[in-house]
Write a protein that binds this ligand. Structure first.
Ligand code: AMP
Length: 678
């Protein structure tokens, strides 16, 4: 096999263009079949079916900025009277004027830390101190809760240098957020507050501001700019934003900030009383103030890790529970105190049934990857947790949902859990062509392996490459194959033990095994920041899954490449895939257009609306039928980035239906230019 080895990990496009994909000299055009290396020069006569489309021109920068000038707030629905309304003022009026630099200074700063007295006091058996060795066995210090619960939760506790190093040493540097500013954001629903531009535009208190400084987050990402003020004013939220967009901090920061301001309330007392009832200290039921539900243990762990950062120097003790790990250890950890719980649904139900967790005082509920949670068989468990137990009802608790996609059916289902919510659509990262280059290549089943080898060689040995396959068996087989071919690779799928999965992730992240073969479920939501190339060895059958997968690359402003192997088996995704490529201003292979055209004509559901529109994972379905009437996008419709590139594909719509947007489409624009600049 003649694999083209290119060591330069940059410029994937050039490297791919250099691949010998069309050895008959007619590459780059359309209508050509890809010839795998072992068949090249053998049977030229067969070269008559769909093939690889060559280099692409990428010049489009989506340039919508949200120019809200309008305070846009006031006279909104009644504040939740159980949870004091913290003095929101509109942007022009300020947020109550927390001194901007005060937080960091009073937080101690990095040079101003002495070892905590609590820290040295371990082993004395007294309650109410930091103690080594906790936080899920990670060796971090932890808060052991007691009388300090009556303290002022808004004030930072003593610093702890060792813990601080542990939590913040791996933080983000060098992430390029410039491109992120061009990502469009839409907020719909009644009385949306104006977005923020800086973390200082909203008063999140000393602890949060100090921890933001320690994480070295210099400015909010688009989802944070919009979600933070919405959550701060205690509105429910349905947010359509990808993992990688900074959505975890978008909910953790305002939720924790509110917990710090308001203190533990009844939750602490309830936990203490349960301890007395049980007769033994430590064997008490925990009443978390906030619950974050996530579909996979990996995602739960990631959220937990982020929560530990923002809970540093606070009285809040985050915990995580997930299936497939020792429940006894998790119970012991819970018994040390749990104010913010991150959980997968099955394990949480188990903990509730064992009397370890009570949700009576859970005032904040977050559903991450909500589309999966309500779609993939989790729904009964979610209802069991949220509706059929002791959790405060919607309208009393605050509910936030985050997901990369929100199909209409899921939005309708989600209404059961939300009260007068704001819908936030943050443009998909993949929708800004700068971030992810999407390639779709026709590859017959039998040719996939050799084509994969070509790609791996082309992208260079140092690039992290994530290869998605459909089945666990397929993942094992492909890993074996790559291993035999001499590639350093590893794999994760549902049959692997938690330990193996964590080890595989570690090997991948560290670059020791720069190729990770994964099934979709196992890889969901993983935050691996430097994946250069996502390869859909097997394409998924639904487009939401495709969006999730390609979102593993091009994260937080970095560049990435996503290559998908397409053949007859994938015809069901043809039209949605075409829509995505067109929206993201990607090159569309002409064979895909033809297939979509045929499909369109065969299809009985001609009027079916697009799932994605305008670069968003979804639009607020309430807007489609006139909606709630309260929508005011507050947008100027300014197109700052300019449409540099051509769409490369029928701008007027394909077969008349491709641009038919079933979810949005009736935006109230004051100007003559519509939302999309047309
Ligand atoms: P998420 O979408 O929550 O998975 O976040 C993706 C990555 O972005 C994580 O590694 C976060 O630590 C990082 N991140 C989140 N918000 C910011 C920010 N404002 N500035 C820099 N990095 C961030």
């Amino acid at each position: 096999m003649s694999h083209v080895v290119v060591d330069n990990p940059h410029g994937l496009d050039q490297q791919l263009a250099a691949l010998d994909l069309n050895p008959d000299g007619q590459g780059g055009g359309t209508g050509r079949r890809y010839i795998p290396p072992h068949l090249r020069n053998k049977d030229a006569a067969k070269n008559d079916s769909p093939g690889w489309d060559g280099g692409r021109t990428n010049g489009f920068v989506n340039g919508f900025h949200d120019n809200r000038t309008n305070g846009g707030f006031g006279g909104r629905g009644p504040p939740r009277n159980d949870r004091g309304f913290g003095g929101y003022e509109n942007k022009d009026g300020g947020w109550g004027g927390a001194p901007r630099d005060a937080a960091y200074n009073s937080f101690g700063g990095r040079n101003d830390r002495s070892k905590s007295a609590f820290f040295n006091d371990r082993g004395a058996g007294s309650r109410g101190r930091y103690e080594r060795g906790g936080f899920g066995g990670g060796g971090n210090s932890r808060w052991v809760e007691d009388s300090r619960g009556e303290d002022d939760w808004s004030k930072p506790t003593a610093p702890n240098e060792r813990l601080e190093n542990e939590l913040f040493s791996g933080s983000n540097t060098g992430i390029n957020f410039e491109k992120y500013d061009d990502i469009p954001v839409e907020a719909t629903g009644s009385n949306c507050p104006p977005h923020i531009e800086s973390f200082h535009d909203v008063d999140m208190g000393e602890i949060i501001m100090g921890n933001i400084t320690l994480t070295r987050y210099t400015r909010p990402t688009p989802v944070q700019k919009h979600a933070i003020p919405i959550i701060k004013i205690k509105r429910d939220l349905m947010a359509c934003a990808q993992t990688g967009s900074g959505k975890t901090a978008a909910f953790l920061l305002p939720v924790l900030s509110q917990i710090y301001t308001e203190g533990p309330g009844d939750a602490l007392q309830a936990s203490k009383s349960s301890g007395q009832e049980n007769g033994r200290y430590g064997r008490r039921k925990q009443y978390p103030i906030s619950l974050v539900l996530a579909p996979t243990r990996e995602l739960a762990l990631q959220i937990y890790d982020e929560a530990k950062k923002f809970a540093y120097r606070s009285h809040v003790r985050p915990c995580v529970v997930y299936g497939g790990a020792d429940i006894g250890q998790q119970i012991r950890d819970l018994e040390r105190g749990c104010h913010l719980l991150v959980a997968t649904p099955g394990r949480l139900v188990d903990m509730m049934e064992r009397g370890k967790i009570g949700l009576d005082h859970c005032n904040y509920l977050v559903l991450d990857e909500a589309d999966r949670m309500l779609d993939m068989g989790f729904e009964p468990q979610i209802r069991r947790i949220v509706e059929q137990d002791t959790m405060p009802p919607k309208g009393i608790r605050q509910t936030m949902m985050f997901s990369a996609t929100f199909p209409k059916e899921i939005q309708i289902l989600a209404r059961d859990f939300l009260e007068d919510y704001i819908f936030l659509a943050v443009g998909r990262v993949g929708s800004t062509s700068e971030n992810i280059t999407q390639k779709v290549v026709w590859v017959e089943e039998n040719d996939k392996r050799s084509f994969l080898l070509d790609l791996l060689n082309a992208t260079g040995k140092d690039s992290l490459t994530l290869v998605f396959v459909e089945t666990k068996k397929g993942a094992d087989a492909l890993e074996d194959f790559l291993y035999r071919e001499g590639y350093a690779c590893t794999s994760i799928h549902g049959d692997r033990s938690q330990r193996d999965r964590e080890e595989a992730l570690h090997q991948f992240r560290s670059g020791r095994c720069p190729i990770l073969v994964a099934t979709a479920v196992a890889a969901r939501g993983l935050d691996i920041s430097n994946v250069k190339h996502v390869i859909n060895f097997d394409l998924p059958s639904d487009i939401e899954e495709y969006v999730h997968r390609i979102g593993r690359t091009g994260r937080v402003g970095n560049l990435g490449l996503a290559t998908s192997f397409f053949n007859d088996k994938n015809s069901n995704i043809t039209k949605d895939l075409l829509d995505i490529l067109v929206e993201a201003k990607q090159e569309v292979p002409s064979w895909l257009e033809s297939l979509a055209y045929e499909h369109q004509h065969k299809s009985t559901s001609r009027g079916r609306s697009k799932r994605f529109s305008g670069g968003f994972g979804a639009r607020d379905y309430r807007q489609a039928s006139g909606g709630s009437g309260g929508f005011n996008s507050n947008r100027s419709g300014r197109n700052a980035g300019g449409h540099g590139g051509s769409r490369g594909f029928g701008g007027g719509g394909f077969g008349g239906n491709f641009y038919n947007d079933g979810y949005g489409g009736n935006y109230n624009h004051s100007g003559s230019v519509d939302w999309w600049g047309n």
